[in-house]
Design a protein around this ligand. Structure first.
Ligand code: AMP
Length: 250
């Protein structure tokens, strides 16, 4: 089974981002970047499938600026066999991502595409679903367990009030959730070895995809600073404050 894993370069989740003065977006100068945490989980899943003799080859793909190579090197160090960097400057919407992934999935004749359930920068949670629609194949989102039986996938999804298990046939698209696994750290020898693993480069145009955004970004704003809290003396005072000051209860 050939597996394609989509990995996005995002602002490190532990880094405090700042909105640009002109409200045109988030300031990305001198910001620490990292692989989208959900994509690390997707990649870890692919690696475990290869270790179990289920996956035969893992191809990591990312769309972004030249620096995105760092993210792909990390993917190679973790265990991907090779990588593809689709060069693009500027904002990319999930539909554009899905179109690129569809083209690569076809080119590479992959059986399974694994993605994170969402990229933590835009929080769109759309690329996987759009990709499955474009590929006209089965999809399972928010996977917390994936079992493979030949060409059948059994995917456990965490839903409100319990677990839902869906079965789908390959080729398929699966997006992964937090509890699927704990991604490994790449050890130094693996990081060294990853330097000689191949990264091929493509452009969206070569794949026949136009990444021009369809949505207009109006404004990005800082969330208002949190107001300091007060300690109330009694339940009655709390209720009074909720009713009269915060006006959140009648
Ligand atoms: P989103 O729908 O934008 O929240 O993204 C969902 C998933 O799509 C991510 O977890 C990644 O697996 C994949 N993805 C989104 N953007 C990119 C990108 N620029 N390059 C590679 N994969 C991406």
């Amino acid at each position: 089974m050939k597996v394609l894993v989509a990995v996005k370069r995002v602002v490190d989740p532990y880094f405090r981002v700042r909105v640009k003065q002109d409200g045109s977006g988030v300031d990305l100068d001198n910001v620490k970047m990292a692989m989208n945490p959900f994509d690390e989980i997707a990649l870890e899943q692919a690696i475990r499938m290869k270790e179990a003799g289920i996956a035969t080859e893992i191809v990591a793909v990312s769309i972004g600026v030249p620096k995105t190579e760092d993210t792909l090197r990390q993917a190679l160090a973790m265990g991907a066999d090779r990588a593809i960097l689709v060069g693009h400057e500027g904002r990319i919407e999930s539909l554009g991502v899905a179109k690129v992934l569809k083209a690569i999935a076809k080119l590479e004749a992959v059986d399974l595409v694994l993605l994170g359930k969402q990229a933590i920068d835009d929080d769109a949670n759309q690329a996987g679903q759009m990709l499955a629609a474009l590929m006209a194949c089965g999809q399972a989102t928010f996977a917390s367990a994936i079992d493979v039986d030949g060409t059948t996938l059994r995917v456990t999804r965490e839903v409100d009030g319990g677990l839902r298990i869906v079965e789908l046939q390959l080729p398929a698209v699966v997006t992964v959730d937090l509890r699927l696994n704990t991604p490994r750290f790449a050890a130094l020898p693996a990081i060294m070895k990853a330097r000689s693993k191949p990264i091929s480069r493509m452009t969206p145009a070569e794949l026949g995809v136009d990444l021009t955004p369809r949505l207009e970004l109006l404004r990005t704003e800082e969330t208002p600073p949190r107001q300091g809290g007060v300690i109330v003396a009694s339940v009655a005072e709390l209720v009074s404050k909720l009713r009269n000051d915060a006006k959140v209860i009648p």
